[in-house]
Ligand binder design. Structure first.
Ligand SMILES: [Mn+2]
Length: 344
C-alpha cells in the first residue's frame, strides 16, 4: 500500500473535517458491522452538523431494521440511482468495512472515475488502493471497533444510536464474542458500550430471536443438503434459487448459515454457495484453526482471492460467474487441493 496509508486518528479527522456532504458506502450484502459502522458514522457526522448520504447496494436484512430506523439509509437502484450521485452535491466519500472494489461492485466504476476525495475505515486484509486516506487495522475485530477507538480519541459523544450500532458491529463480527478475533481490546470496547447504556440481551434478542419462519426453514433445508468432503474437513452447502423461493426466504436470510458446519469437530473449512441473479454465485467461506496438530489450516482470504473476492483469513466471500453446479465443482476442487496439499 502507498504512503498514504494512515492509522492516525488525527489525520483521519483532519481528512474528513472539511466535508459537509460525504457519501457513506459499505460492502455488498451488508452485515451487522457494515450497517453498525454506517449508522455510527452517520450519527457522529450529524452531531457535527454534517449532512451525509448513506447508500447500500442490497436489501437490509429485517433483523437489522431496528438498527437503522433512525438513519435514512438509501438502497441503490430503488431509492437512488447511480446517475443521481452527481446531483447530490457530494464533497467526499467514506467507505466503511471494506477496502475492495470487488465488494463495492455497483459503484466501483463510479468510484474509480469520481474526482471526490475518498476515505476508508476498514479491518480487512484484502485491500485495493481506492482512497486518498485510510484508517486501516486488520488486527481490529470489527470496523466498529476502529470507529469506537477513533471516536474515543476525538472525544466524540456516543449517543444511544451510536452505542447500539457500534455494539452490534463488534458483537456480530466476533460471532457474539466467540470467534478467534475476540480479544481484550474488543471486550473492553464492548464493556464501555454496555456502560453507556447498551443492553446486550436486548441486542441479542433483536438480532437472533426474531427470525422469520422462512429463514428457519431455509436453515433446515440447506443443512439437510450439507455435503461433507475430504474426511469431513470441507463442508459445502448450496442454495439453488428454487429452494430460496420454496422456503419463502430471501438471499439476505442466508447470512451466517455458512458458520453452522464449523460445529462439526473435523470440519476446518465451510463454503456456502447461493444462486444469485443469473449466472452469478455468491460464495461465503469460513475456516477455523484446526483442533489437532498437523491438520490442514485453510486461509479463506486466499481462497476468496482465487475466486476474485476477498476478506479475512477465517471469513471471506466472492462472487463467481458460473452456474451453481460449476461453481460448486470449482470451489470443491480448489479446497480439496489445498487440503490434500497441506496433508502431504
Ligand atoms: Mn467487518
Amino acid at each position: 500500500m502507498s504512503s498514504t496509508l494512515s492509522r492516525s486518528f488525527d489525520e483521519a479527522t483532519a481528512t474528513i473535517e472539511p466535508w459537509k456532504r460525504p457519501l457513506l458506502l459499505t460492502h455488498a450484502k451488508p452485515d451487522g458491522d457494515a450497517l453498525g459502522a454506517m449508522v455510527a458514522m452517520f450519527s457522529s457526522l450529524q452531531q457535527r452538523g454534517v449532512n451525509p448520504v448513506a447508500i447500500v447496494f442490497d436489501d437490509i436484512p429485517d433483523r437489522y431494521r431496528f438498527l437503522i430506523d433512525a438513519t435514512p439509509v438509501q438502497r441503490l437502484g430503488k431509492d437512488v440511482a447511480l446517475n443521481d450521485l452527481s446531483t447530490l452535491d457530494l464533497d467526499g466519500v467514506i467507505v466503511l468495512d471494506t477496502c475492495s472494489y470487488g465488494q463495492l461492485e455497483p459503484v466501483a466504476h463510479w468510484l474509480r472515475e469520481s474526482p471526490l476525495p475518498k476515505f476508508v475505515v476498514d479491518h480487512h486484509m484484502t485491500r485495493d488502493e481506492l482512497a486518498d486516506g485510510y484508517l486501516l487495522d486488520n488486527t481490529a475485530s470489527a470496523a466498529c471497533l476502529i470507529l469506537w477507538e477513533w471516536f474515543q480519541h476525538e472525544g466524540v459523544t456516543i449517543n444511544p444510536t451510536m452505542a447500539k450500532a457500534l455494539y452490534v458491529g463488534i458483537a456480530t463480527d466476533t460471532g457474539w464474542f466467540r470467534h478467534s478475533n475476540t480479544d481484550a481490546r474488543t471486550l473492553s470496547a464492548a464493556t464501555e458500550l454496555v456502560r453507556s447504556g447498551v443492553r446486550p440481551f436486548a441486542m441479542y434478542d433483536a438480532l437472533f430471536q426474531h427470525e422469520s419462519s422462512a429463514r428457519f426453514r431455509l436453515r433446515a433445508a440447506v443443512t439437510s443438503k450439507l455435503e461433507l468432503l475430504a474426511d469431513d474437513a470441507i463442508a459445502v452447502m448450496t442454495l439453488p434459487a428454487a429452494l430460496l423461493s420454496e422456503t419463502g426466504a430471501t438471499l439476505s436470510d442466508t447470512e451466517d448459515l455458512v458458520n453452522e458446519p464449523l460445529r462439526i469437530s473435523a470440519t476446518v473449512a465451510s463454503v456456502f454457495l447461493a444462486e444469485h441473479e443469473g449466472d452469478v454465485i455468491r460464495a461465503g467461506f469460513r475456516s477455523r484453526a484446526p483442533l489437532t496438530d498437523g491438520a490442514p489450516d485453510v486461509d479463506v482470504a486466499a481462497v476468496a482471492k482465487h475466486f476474485g473476492g476477498g476478506g479475512h483469513r477465517r471469513a471471506s466471500g466472492a462472487r463467481i460467474s458460473a452456474t451453481l453446479e460449476d461453481a460448486r465443482r470449482q470451489v470443491v476442487e480448489h479446497l480439496t487441493s489445498i487440503i490434500e496439499h497441506r496433508k502431504a
